[in-house]
Ligand binder design. Structure first.
Ligand code: FPP
Length: 249
């Protein structure tokens, strides 16, 4: 049986988030410039997005550019921005019925990137099969800081009472309020950390780490990650016995 055949289509993660790491090291190992790794990484973005759509995943959130990535050498930042402009093709989104959204500090992106991304967001707004969320100039601490600032302002203006603030209120004020929390978070490239990604949202997310560099992460790699996820028991703080009992009800 192939990996794909082993996947239980009834127990698909609804939201998969990915930290696409290892582009630079992939390129270096081949004696290529780092930007060649990013270019190959874009091919995997297309492949994995198409496969996630086919599998029935509803949200795919890709960490494409972190707040901290602004500290990289200018030519590398420029290459990444150019890749974004060149590869956000409305046609592919429309063909696959995929909606594009972004999270992050949109206003910090170069105007040309903002225009291209916004056009694609507008064009795909009514697509329903899957939502692809690209994290651009995103970091979770930035998002949480913004959220706290907004909530403090609402309290100051008397529109929000401190005693009414619940976990749900906070989730609703986050930039990610349109998406469910991720069920599965995949990090490629061998590092075992979360790198300021979806810190609040990942409270009960299952983590999958692989040494595979992002440019080598193929459809089968996604199947493997989903199979691994399906082999786990999600307890959300309860006992294994409680979870089994609830499943039987
Ligand atoms: C991490 O590898 C990768 C990035 C910082 C960029 C990922 C972005 C893309 C693949 C482009 C996204 C494009 C679209 C269309 C959404 P790294 O450079 O940190 O690799 P290293 O750890 O080996 O140095």
């Amino acid at each position: 049986m192939t990996l794909l055949e082993q996947i239980d289509k009834e127990r698909m993660p609804k939201h998969v988030a990915i930290i696409m790491d290892g582009n630079g090291r992939w390129a270096k190992a081949k004696g290529l410039p780092r930007t060649a790794g990013h270019a190959e990484g874009v091919e995997r973005v297309k492949e994995i997005t198409a496969e996630a759509t086919r599998l029935g995943i509803k949200f795919l959130t890709l960490y494409a550019f972190s707040t901290e990535n602004w500290n990289r050498p200018a030519p590398e930042i420029e290459a990444l921005m150019t890749l974004l402009i060149d590869h956000l093709e409305e046609e592919t989104f429309m063909k696959n019925n995929v909606r594009l959204l972004t999270i992050g500090e949109f206003g910090k992106l170069p105007p040309k990137v903002q225009e291209r991304v916004q056009a694609c967001i507008d064009h795909t707004a009514n697509n329903t099969r899957m939502t692809m969320v690209v994290a651009l100039s995103y970091s979770s601490r930035w998002e949480l800081t913004e959220t706290m600032r907004h909530m403090a302002q609402e309290v100051k203006e008397g529109r929000l009472q401190p005693e009414d603030i619940t976990e749900q209120t906070i989730s609703e004020h986050l930039q990610t309020n349109f998406m469910p929390d991720p069920d599965l978070l995949i990090r490629t490239g061998g590092e075992l950390r979360i790198s300021n990604y979806l810190l609040w949202q990942a409270a009960y997310t299952e983590f999958y780490f692989t040494n595979t560099y992002w440019p080598d992460f193929r459809e089968e790699s996604l199947h493997q990650a989903i199979l691994d996820f399906q082999g786990r028991q999600r307890r959300f703080g309860k006992t294994g016995e409680q979870v089994e009992e609830e499943k039987g009800k």
